[in-house]
Design a protein around this ligand. Structure first.
Ligand code: GDP
Ligand code: MG
Length: 710
């Protein structure tokens, strides 16, 4: 059966498009929760009423004006592929805002079927929506769905097919909204001009193109310029004229007037009982407002925020110590077992030093990291995270960032335990390219989950009675550096005007246990998967680099004497192993770097670990584990124990290392994400070099000062 119907899924980010898509096509994909994770065009097929249907998942957008990449992509798919019908997935609990896109789809003149998704949420918020009346007023099919539970999806597909059939006899007409006495006459003249010059008329409705001129859509303008320069100039001068007129008479600009009239249209759609709230919702909103009066109060709010942050670490270390100890014991046991079974030699060294010490080192932090993830889930699900963004907007502005930069920071590890990759992707909500760039480049300074093992390890050894405080200060150090660097970048290489920030605060809600567990598990599973694959592979590679080439007996003997004289390796065996490590490939690179890194207090073994960390930060502890277990074949105690007695480590060098790890180059995956988002290797390489330089300067300063004071 050939595909005879093309359906496009459109909607705001997080309205549930991908969930609908998966439900309709049966394609299994991960459903992320960060705004705009659907960059690529996803396609699938479904069958309904004897038709084979091709379904395209468009990127999530709030608008169809070409301000973001997503908007450009969504729009050009609609114009070029001409889907037979667009299924617009809207979040029923935020109907007013979601319909803004619907109105634009209708104005564009594409046939729309509305999926009122998240009806479960809407109901639990106490919203009652009269879908039938809405359908009548909009003049299009409206289907209620709960995509997450697959409810209403069959009906939705059926309605879409029906609509396509109906189009054969009754072709679709674009929606025409009045934009008031100032814009309507100009719009009519502009429409005539577009029609006269046949500007883009094969792709868009003439009125729509004219509207885009008023909205300041650069993409449309430049396309028109290519097609007909004279007509474009004429349109531009009309647009400029009305803009100047609006400015002098009303003190506003065309884009704002257009948005006002669209919202006016929407609120008249919803009036008269189409959307009604039950009284207990009103109570909840009132309660939320009361809570916000305290939690986001100018002075109290930030103090409470800091307190909560501190509490998160306090809880983590108090509750996490015992399970962490258990996991460590488990791996020790495993090691003893392997040593009993495998004969001494390369294989045993690979399994013990490469795999168990490497991956085990990362795994033992899982209990602590799970606890942090759980608490982040509480903050997110309760609605408090949104308050953080709201409160920090003003602070961020002072540093050349934007309220929308707060979420990327938090997701990237602003409350330790995030990951810079989704953090970088979350920066897509920023409209201004400069603010977005500044955000992208500073998100990697946050204390992501992969850096935590390093912090936990060294804080545990050197600042054992102040664990929570030390972690809290490290997190703050990440924020402070990010903000200062943003200020620096925004006043030098990415200078530009700030843009306004609008945000509505969702009401507080009590998180459900199920939701918390799912969120915690999703994040933990990502972490475990990474430990089992990427980290394992890099651990093995690094083990090889730390083991080969192997010196012959004569060289070893000579090195041995030298090493024993310099490093305080206790016994002959230890000195020998250390000499072998020095002779290996990794050892040589580490030693080549040592003359420089010595200023920050790092010896060559630490350098090896830090190099490994360029691939993934988790590898740092793993590599230290390998480096120190290679140097200690007797294998007394775990890594923490070895570090505690090694003369190389003290409070100052531990502090320098933690700061360096916090700030230095983003890992490879983050670099790839930065490249993708900036569409430039230049910025990715810039952050690699620049962050490492910042990190080195901070670490050196910390070490030199720390040596004098601590
Ligand atoms: P997209 O950004 O539009 O692709 O949205 P997603 O499909 O990724 O969905 C965003 C979030 O909403 C996910 O956590 C989904 O599980 C959730 N979700 C989707 N549909 C529903 C629904 O009908 N009810 C509820 N409660 N949640 C939903
Ligand atoms: Mg999606």
């Amino acid at each position: 059966m050939p595909c005879d119907i093309l359906v496009a899924l459109a909607g705001n980010p997080n309205a549930g498009k991908t969930t609908v898509f998966n439900g309709l096509t049966g394609a299994r994909q991960h459903v992320g929760n960060y705004p705009g994770i659907t960059v690529e065009k996803k396609e699938g097929t479904a069958c309904c009423d004897g038709h084979e249907i091709r379904i395209v998942d468009l990127p999530g957008t709030y608008s169809l004006t070409a301000f973001t990449l997503e908007e450009v992509v969504a729009r050009s798919v609609l114009a070029d592929e001409r889907p037979d019908v667009v299924v617009d997935v809207v979040n029923a609990s935020a109907l007013e805002r979601n319909l803004y896109l619907t109105v634009q789809l209708l104005e564009m003149g594409v046939p729309v079927v509305l999926a009122l998704n998240m009806m479960d949420e809407a109901r639990s918020l106490g919203l009652r929506i009269d879908a039938e009346e809405l359908s009548r007023r909009l003049g299009l099919p409206v289907v209620e769905t709960v995509a997450r539970r697959g409810k209403g999806l069959d009906e939705l597909l059926h309605a879409a097919v029906e609509d396509v059939r109906a189009r054969e006899t009754a072709p679709w007409k674009p929606l025409i909204i009045s934009y008031g006495p100032d814009l309507d006459p100009v719009l009519a003249r502009m429409e005539a001009c577009v029609n006269g010059a046949a500007l883009l008329t094969s792709r868009y409705q003439a009125r729509w193109t004219a509207l885009k001129f008023l909205e300041g859509d650069e993409e449309i303008r430049s396309q028109c310029r290519l097609a007909d320069l004279d007509a474009t100039r004429e349109l531009e001068s009309m647009a400029d004229e009305v803009a100047a007129h609006l400015k002098t008479t009303l003190g506003t600009y065309p884009e704002a007037v257009v948005a006002d009239y669209r919202y006016g249209f929407i609120s008249s759609l919803l009036r008269g009982g189409v959307v009604a709230r039950s009284s207990d919702t009103a109570d909840r909103l009132a309660f939320s407002d009361k809570l916000d009066a305290v939690l986001t109060q100018q002075l109290l709010g930030p103090l409470i925020l800091l307190g909560i942050l501190f509490l998160v670490y306090q809880i983590t270390f108090v509750l996490g110590a015992f399970p962490m100890h258990l996991v460590e014991e488990g791996f020790s046991l495993l090691k003893t077992l392997v040593e009993a079974v495998l004969p001494e030699g390369l294989l045993r060294s690979l399994v013990v030093s490469g795999i168990i010490d490497g991956v085990g080192g990362v795994m033992s932090f899982v209990p602590l990291i799970m606890l942090i993830f759980l608490q982040i889930a509480v903050l997110e699900d309760s609605g408090y995270m949104a308050r953080i963004a709201y409160m920090l907007d003003r602070v961020f502005r002072a540093f050349g960032l934007h309220g929308c930069s707060v979420m990327p920071f938090i997701v990237g590890g602003g409350i330790a335990g995030g990951c810079a990759v989704p953090g970088v992707l979350a920066a897509r909500t920023l409209r201004s390219p400069r603010e977005k760039l500044a955000t992208l480049l500073t998100v990697p300074f946050m204390a992501c989950g992969a850096k935590l093992p390093v912090f936990i390890l060294f804080v545990g050894v050197f600042f054992p009675s102040h664990e929570a405080l030390a972690m809290f200060l490290l997190t703050l150090a990440g924020w402070v550096t990010a903000l200062l660097v943003a200020r620096l970048l925004r006043s030098t290489i990415i200078r530009g005007e700030p843009t306004p920030f609008v945000m509505e605060l969702p009401p507080y809600r009590l998180p459900t246990l199920r939701g918390l567990l799912i969120h915690t598990w999703e994040r933990t599973w990502e972490y475990l998967k990474k430990a089992g694959t990427v980290i394992l592979a890099i651990s093995i590679l690094l083990w090889a680099a730390m083991t080969f080439p192997r010196p012959d007996e004569k060289t070893l003997a000579a090195l041995d004497v030298q090493t024993a004289a310099t490093a305080g390796a206790g016994d002959a065996e230890g000195a020998r192993a250390l000499a072998q490590l020095r002779y290996s490939l990794a050892g040589r690179v580490g030693q080549a770097l040592e003359p420089v890194t010595r200023y920050a207090g790092f010896d060559w073994r630490t350098d090896i670990a830090l190099l490994g960390g360029f691939a993934a930060k988790e590898v740092i502890v793993a590599t230290l584990g390998t480096a120190y277990s290679l140097g200690d074949p007797e294998d007394e105690g775990r890594l923490a124990g070895r570090i505690a007695v090694d003369p190389q480590w003290n409070k100052a060098s531990a502090m320098a290392l933690m700061l360096f790890v916090l700030l230095y180059a983003p890992c490879m995956v983050t670099l790839a994400a930065i490249r993708q988002e900036t569409e430039s290797w230049g910025w990715a390489l810039f952050s690699l070099g620049f962050n490492t330089l910042v990190a080195f300067c901070v670490a050196t300063a910390a070490y030199q000062v720390g040596r004098l004071l601590l």
